[in-house]
Design a binder for this molecule. Structure first.
Ligand code: AMP
Ligand code: ZN
Length: 452
């Protein structure tokens, strides 16, 4: 299995630390507002990763975090806490906001038929452990205190710039000087924030006799250390995480424990919508509710995402979503053939699909292999299950056999056609269509297909 590793900027053969327990960590959502469809692209690709690993025989232990504290509106320790902002906007407590959007996120996660993570960890459940990590960093001399919080001195971590190929001199030249002038280096970041006297911050914990809360990056470092143990095999997130969030997670873990954080780093690219960056002001922010109103399901969207590659920047349009919906319907109708004809041997197709997936998760290539096969083959239950294991498109469950009553009508219609009673045949065909089934006639009889 080959994966593009951001660490080396190369496609590498995946070698697990322990095949019985491949440790995967995926940075999760900040639960301060509804997640839009763009936010879910990464989780769909990481679902494909988990599924591909499992199909290769690995046992996957995947941890997903929920950021319910400490993520500021700017990645660089500036701006408001996203959670506090969400609470003010909605006149709710931060805890209520976290609960509501966590539930909404998980509802969509499950509607997308994603493999349930082994653990879902809320940042606020790891505050004591966060403090323990801050203590270690402090003891090892990486931190300094400022009025804003405890900062990580990145000049003491010589490999700081390596992961993101940062040009620190260039960063320095472009840095804002009006924010926290006590910072020693532009790239220094808060591991723990102090609450100012004038600050209204609902989530706060006492640490060293003062009230404060963890910096954003700390939760991932802590949860990985506590629940998986560094080094992990694969760490995933959006490309926007490379220069700040992941760079800082690495600094925290590797400085504290002297061990590599992860052997492979996977980053998904962004999607645009109708050629524009997703933005509230442009009005192109879509949620699953919006897709549903236009007749598209979670599975249609998942199909659209999987038609692309996780590293490609992609443009979303309803035209393309419609094409994805059609392709999914084609796959379901292929699956429906298992009720109607004898299965053919699809082992070579299965191998071809696996080769594509093992080639840096080329799901688009895998779909091309399936497209080639579906017009001349009939799957058995096992092959349909393989497709579901690979892509999680819920094909097996969404392709039930038709009722005996419908089968009888299909036989009757064939008989009527044979007897050239076209009025009766057409009436029966219309009745069958009302049940969501269309009949395709060919020289060797007719087959039924789902209309939607
Ligand atoms: P946000 O809540 O806007 O900070 O987004 C949370 C995460 O969702 C980001 O860190 C990105 O990794 C991901 N994300 C946001 N917008 C997009 C997009 N247009 N396409 C893909 N991923 C996105
Ligand atoms: Zn993270």
């Amino acid at each position: 299995m080959k994966l593009y590793n951001t660490l080396s900027r190369n496609i590498e053969e995946f070698k697990p630390i322990d095949a019985e327990r491949v440790k995967v960590y995926t940075c999760g959502p900040t639960v301060y507002s509804f997640a839009h469809v763009g936010n879910f692209t990464s989780y769909i690709y990481w679902d494909l990763l988990v599924r591909t690993l499992a199909l290769n025989g690995y046992k996957v232990e995947r941890v997903l975090n929920i950021t319910d504290v400490g993520h500021l509106t700017s990645d660089a320790d500036e701006g408001e806490d996203k959670m506090e902002k969400g609470a003010k906007r909605e006149g709710k407590t931060v805890w209520e906001v976290a609960e509501m959007y966590t539930n909404d996120y998980l509802k969509n996660f499950r509607a997308l038929n994603m493999v349930e993570p082994s653990r879902i960890c809320r940042a606020t459940d790891f505050i004591k452990e966060d403090m323990a990590l801050v203590d270690v960093l402090e003891e090892k001399g990486y931190l300094y205190d400022t009025t804003d919080g405890l900062y990580f001195d990145t000049s003491k971590f010589p490999t700081y710039a390596d992961f993101a190929h940062l040009d620190l001199d260039h960063l320095k030249a472009g840095a804002r000087v009006d924010f926290n002038s006590e910072k020693k280096n532009v790239s220094d970041f808060a591991v723990w924030k102090w609450i100012r006297d004038d600050e209204d911050h609902a989530m706060q914990w006492e640490y060293r006799g003062r009230m404060g809360y963890p910096g954003w990056h700390l939760e991932c470092a802590t949860i990985i250390h506590e629940k998986l143990g560094e080094p992990i095999d694969i760490h995933c997130g959006g490309v926007d995480h490379i220069p700040v969030h992941h760079t800082n997670e690495i600094a925290e873990i590797e400085a504290a424990y002297g061990k590599k954080m992860a052997n492979y780093w996977l980053h998904n690219n962004f999607i645009t919508i109708d050629g524009e960056k997703i933005s509230k002001s442009i009005g192109n922010v879509y949620y699953f509710e919006d897709l549903k109103e236009r007749g598209y399901s979670h599975m249609d969207y998942k199909m659209w995402v999987l038609q692309g590659h996780f590293q490609s920047e992609r443009n979303f349009s309803f035209n393309d979503l419609n094409a994805a919906k059609q392709r999914l319907l084609n796959y379901r109708n292929f699956a429906a053939l298992r009720w109607q004809k004898d299965a053919t041997d699809l082992n070579s197709v299965r191998d071809a699909v696996m080769r594509q997936l093992n080639n840096n998760m080329n799901s688009a290539g895998a779909f091309a292999e399936i497209d080639k096969a579906i017009n001349v083959n009939v799957p058995d239950e096992e092959f349909v299950k393989f497709l579901d294991d690979a892509f999680g498109l819920g094909i097996l469950d969404s392709t039930p056999d038709i009722s005996d009553d419908l089968k009888e009508k299909i036989t009757e219609r064939a008989k009527a056609k044979n007897e050239r009673d076209f009025v009766k045949a057409d009436t029966l065909r219309d009745e069958i269509a009302r049940e969501g089934i269309v009949l395709l006639d060919s020289v060797d009889g007719s087959i039924w297909q789902y209309i939607k």
